[in-house]
Design a protein around this ligand. Structure first.
Ligand code: NAD
Length: 483
């Protein structure tokens, strides 16, 4: 959708979306955007910026509330599409759509609170004002793992703040994001305020990020892509927010409530088939509980029913693509070569009913060396390496031994130990006796190579506002000269 109109790609290219649970099923064909489409979308956003940025926050709020209602009314349609194009189970998709509705309501509520302030200055004939202004044309780029919510956390605050937007989904998950953007437009946005373009990042990415009419890029994706985006954006000193990869450590101490901790580890690592930025990717267990925890987790994962996400009994869907499965196999192979033991899983299922999808058994590995790819890289699949530690200090050092710093958690009844870990672990979030669930009221984002800037919460709105100082001479007097 460009300038309020549905358009085919300028070069007529068509993409095909296949269901990762059964690649014989074509979910839909879609128009694959080109550089010319991106230019048209940016032009439309640029032209509509002046008028949109002058609307009142209250008017924008009403549109966003209407968008939330429309998304909510279409939750089954969006969730169904999401499962079929991405692979996650239908309840997971439904959760994602419902969280999206909450995000739109949250920023609809926050829009009228956007305000600056008055500042008294040292010269009494003047006073200062601090303005909060929209940034301009914003490009929102989403990944395939949770395409709807990760687009929503960009669109809702960007529009609430008065920016115009060009939204680009991953080229393998354009369908659910397309419906999302159509509904937000339908809620009453003037043409050109929210534009939607598809296309491969390798083809349209450079234009999206370098176009002179773009002021801000909100990007979620891999760390390596984020580095490229930041580098290209730096040529124009564009504002960037980057939500990138993670390798979240979970520390379970001897005194932890093991039932709670095990449940959290399982949900966090294996939902969406392990393809979540903030899932537990390294599990550190204190020596007294190590053996029993490995046994209990291993027993539990063998009961996880894998299958097509649209089937009621499925608890874990497939990996999203062949490339994802090959990457996981490569990372596991590297760990095994270096001496790791597979405790459970470690391969594709051989059931004929699953042979046309990218399924992979939930996997537990121990004895993983710290130079293994399972540790040095992000593992975006259902593989959980479990390590032993003796003291909290050692666990904190191990947790920090990663280029990533997205989430982290510690499980203990010792509040002093927990607070020490929360202070010392370099990560955007530390959960204490709680599991990796995004909270809309709290800022979410990474440190180190996991990103820059925050999404969700009030900070998520700040991402889309510029701060400007205005000085007012209220008495018609000049300052004294230096004489
Ligand atoms: P990706 O980097 O391959 O692609 C992300 C998006 O960037 C896609 O829309 C893609 O088309 C686009 N893109 C690719 N090359 C580009 C370029 N040169 N310029 C501009 N855009 C370009 O990531 P992915 O595989 O889709 O997503 C998985 C990754 O996202 C994982 O690393 C995961 O941890 C991360 N992620 C992070 C968060 C977070 O909040 N920190 C959330 C979800 C996913």
């Amino acid at each position: 959708m460009i300038d309020g109109k549905e358009t085919d790609s300028a070069n007529g290219e068509v993409g095909h979306i296949r269901n990762p649970a059964d690649i014989r099923e074509t979910v839909a064909d879609f128009s694959m955007g080109s550089i010319d489409d991106v230019k048209s979308a940016i032009d439309a956003a640029y032209i509509s910026f002046n008028k949109w940025s002058e609307t009142t926050p209250r008017a924008r709020s009403q549109i966003l509330f209407r968008a939330a209602d429309l998304i909510s009314q279409s939750e089954a349609q969006i969730a169904g599409l999401l499962t079929r194009e991405q692979g996650k189970t239908y309840p997971e998709s439904l959760n994602e759509v419902r969280l999206t509705v909450s995000v739109f309501r949250y920023y609809a509520g926050l829009a009228p609170t956007i305000s600056g302030r008055k500042v008294e200055l040292s010269d009494p004939s003047e006073f200062g004002l601090v303005f909060k202004l929209p940034v301009g044309v914003t490009v929102a780029i989403a990944p395939w793992n949770s395409p709807v919510i990760l687009m929503a956390v960009k669109l809702a605050p960007a529009l609430a703040a008065g920016n115009t937007v060009v939204a680009k989904p991953a080229s393998s998950t354009p369908l659910s994001d397309s419906v999302l953007c159509e509904l937000v437009n339908k809620a009453g946005l003037p043409p050109g305020v929210l534009n939607f373009v598809t296309g491969k990042g390798s083809v349209v990415g450079e234009e999206l990020v370098s176009n002179k009419k773009v002021s801000k890029i909100a990007f979620t994706g891999e760390t390596e892509t984020g580095k490229m985006v930041m580098s290209v954006a730096s040529r124009g000193i564009k504002r960037v927010s980057l939500e990138l990869g993670g390798s979240d450590p979970m520390i379970i101490c001897d005194d932890a409530d093991l039932d709670l901790a095990i449940n959290a580890a399982l949900i966090s690592r294996f939902r969406n088939c392990g393809q979540v930025c903030m899932s537990v990717k390294r599990l550190y267990v204190q020596e007294g509980k190590f053996e029993s925890l490995v046994r209990r987790i291993s027993e539990r994962i063998q009961k996880i029913k894998i299958g097509n996400g649209l089937h009621d009994e499925s608890r874990m869907g497939p990996l999203h693509s062949r490339a994802q499965r090959e990457k996981i196999e490569e990372q596991l192979g590297d760990a095994i070569e270096k001496g790791a033991n597979i405790v459970s899983g470690g391969k594709e299922p051989d059931e004929p009913s699953l042979s046309n999808g990218y399924f992979f058994f939930p996997t537990i590995v121990t004895n993983v060396q710290t130079d293994s790819k399972l540790i040095t890289e992000e593992t975006f699949g259902p593989v959980l390496p479990i390590f032993k530690f003796s003291s909290i200090d050692e666990a904190i050092d191990l947790a920090n031994n990663s280029p990533y710093g997205l989430g982290s958690s510690i499980w203990t009844k010792d509040l002093y130990a927990a607070m020490k870990a929360a202070n010392k672990i370099v990560a955007g979030t530390t959960w204490i006796n709680s599991y990796h669930e995004p909270q809309i009221d709290l800022p979410f984002g990474g440190l180190k190579e996991s990103g820059l800037g925050k999404e969700m919460s009030i900070e998520g709105l700040e991402n889309y506002l510029e701060t400007k100082a205005v000085v007012v001479n209220s008495k018609g007097k000049n300052r004294a000269w230096l004489d």
